[in-house]
Each structure stands twice: as structure tokens, then as C-alpha cells.
Design a protein around this ligand. Structure first.
Ligand code: SF4
Length: 258
């Protein structure tokens, strides 16, 4: 079984939600934020695949966003009104405008949205799709992950608990055997970069943590619910008895005068 960061994160938040998503294969809710995130990622992928950097104009980037958005199969179900879709679309355009203005749009990536997989001695198999990998003149790699959500207020504290960047570093190191200079998030809405310069000790520390988590996930049999604040944004509240029973005050229907 291949284990990705998204799997580990969801299991950490709630094993029951993990079971719905990855064992029972219940589809997640269709949400505006997902249409936006997927379209922005697709536009940036296609943008950096344009070989002639002089053709990487802002209108080209906007047009790639519209193309990705228009072909998103969930688009029709995600938005209640045209106005709502327009507002999300404008938000996506603003992110890309920010990106275009402040980031190096002439970069020539070694890879975009490439899937990396690796098997470890314990039999655990990790995988992850990396948004972009650039190489500097000396061949050292810069691994980039785009985020469409809000940037954390305190990047250093955020990185103490983060293992996604390290996981990508581990997977790329296994495949590419090159020095990794930097692993970073670009938070597109605020155009904030949060990065680590990964030492061998850092990557090894993350590897121990991630393998340990992956072992727990693969051995789990019960998948207990973990009701709490995550229930509010969970995709499976409607079919989760754990949420209904233990978080009744949040989900129990109440009478209203309209
Ligand atoms: S509704 Fe709550 S308890 Fe149920 S699966 Fe989702 S997060 Fe877990």
C-alpha cells in the first residue's frame, strides 16, 4: 500500500475519516475551494511547461487558469450561483497575478507535478506528487509546493510540526541523488515563502516520524472516530455516526422560525 502525505494527515486528524476516504473510497465533498486549488495548480503546471519563456505572459497564465477551470468536471456542482463561481475565479486570478509579479516566471523546472515513490526497509512504501523541482547552476535542487490556503502566522512554529516538506525531500533524494538546497511552500494568496534548508539529520528525523506514522496507518483495523473541531470541515459528517453521537450539539438539527 502506497502511503501519501494526504493519507497520513487525514489519519492524524481522524482515523474514521481516513477509512471513509481511503478504505471505503467514499468521494470527498465537491467544494469551491477544491475547484480553485486544482485549477490554480493545473495552470501553473502548464505554464512552466511552456518551453519558450517569452511566451510565459500574464495573459497566457490567466488563459491556462480559465482552461483548467472550464474543464474541471466538478465545476457545475461546486458553485451555487454564477456570482459565487465568479468570486472564486477572481480569487484564483489574484493569486496568479501575485505569483506572476513576484516569482521567477522564467524558471526551467526539472519536473512539474511528478509522482515520486520509494520503498523502505520496513516494507513501507511512501509516495507524493511534487508540484515543481528547479535546479540551480550547480545542480542543487529546489523543491516547491504551492499552497492556495492562508499562510500561517508564524512560519517557524509551523515548520516545527510540518512533515510534508521533509517527506518530499526524502522521496526526491531517493530518486534523484542530488543535493537538495531548499524545500519550500509558496503560499499563493499572500505570496509568502516558507522553506527549509534540509540537512541529512532533518530528513532522517522526518523519515523516522513518517515511517512510524505510516506503520500505524497500515496496521490500523478499527479506525475510531475522532470527533472534534475537524468534524466541521470533514467531508463525511453526513454518514458518520461518531460525529452525530458525540458532536450532537454541532450537527443535531434544531428548529428555526423560517
Ligand atoms: S465527522 Fe468527525 S468523527 Fe466523523 S469522520 Fe469526520 S472528523 Fe471523524
Amino acid at each position: 500500500m502506497w502511503v501519501s502525505y494526504s493519507q497520513l494527515k487525514l489519519f492524524e486528524q481522524c482515523p474514521k475519516a481516513y477509512k471513509f476516504r481511503y478504505i471505503e473510497k467514499a468521494p470527498p465533498k465537491i467544494k469551491p475551494v477544491l475547484v480553485m486549488a486544482n485549477s490554480v495548480h493545473a495552470a501553473l503546471k502548464d505554464f512552466f511547461l511552456i518551453p519558450d519563456v517569452s511566451a510565459r505572459t500574464k495573459p497566457a497564465l490567466e488563459s491556462l487558469l480559465r482552461k483548467a477551470w472550464g474543464s474541471n468536471p466538478d465545476r457545475k456542482k461546486a458553485f451555487a450561483t454564477v456570482q459565487e463561481e465568479k468570486e472564486w475565479g477572481m480569487k484564483a486570478l489574484a493569486m496568479l497575478a501575485n505569483f506572476y509579479q513576484k516569482q521567477d516566471i522564467k524558471a526551467k523546472p526539472l519536473a512539474v507535478e511528478e509522482l515520486y515513490r520509494a520503498q523502505f526497509d520496513s516494507g513501507i512504501m511512501l509516495c507524493g506528487k511534487v508540484d515543481r523541482i528547479d535546479a540551480s547552476a550547480d545542480g542543487a535542487l529546489k523543491i516547491i509546493d504551492y499552497k492556495t490556503g492562508k499562510a500561517p502566522r508564524d512560519g517557524d512554529t509551523f515548520l516545527v510540526h510540518d512533515y510534508q516538506l521533509g517527506m518530499y525531500g526524502i522521496l526526491v533524494r531517493k530518486s534523484m541523488f542530488a543535493k537538495i538546497e531548499k524545500i519550500m511552500y509558496i503560499f499563493l494568496e499572500d505570496n509568502i515563502e516558507i522553506s527549509v534548508t534540509p540537512s541529512i539529520e532533518y530528513l532522517d528525523r522526518v523519515l523516522v516520524k513518517v515511517l512510524d506514522m505510516a506503520k500505524t496507518v497500515t496496521k490500523e483495523k478499527v479506525y475510531p472516530p475522532n470527533p472534534g473541531s475537524f468534524c466541521r470541515i470533514c467531508d463525511y459528517t453526513a454518514q458518520c455516526p461518531g460525529a452525530l453521537k458525540t458532536s450532537g450539539q454541532i450537527f443535531e438539527p434544531v428548529e428555526v422560525p423560517f
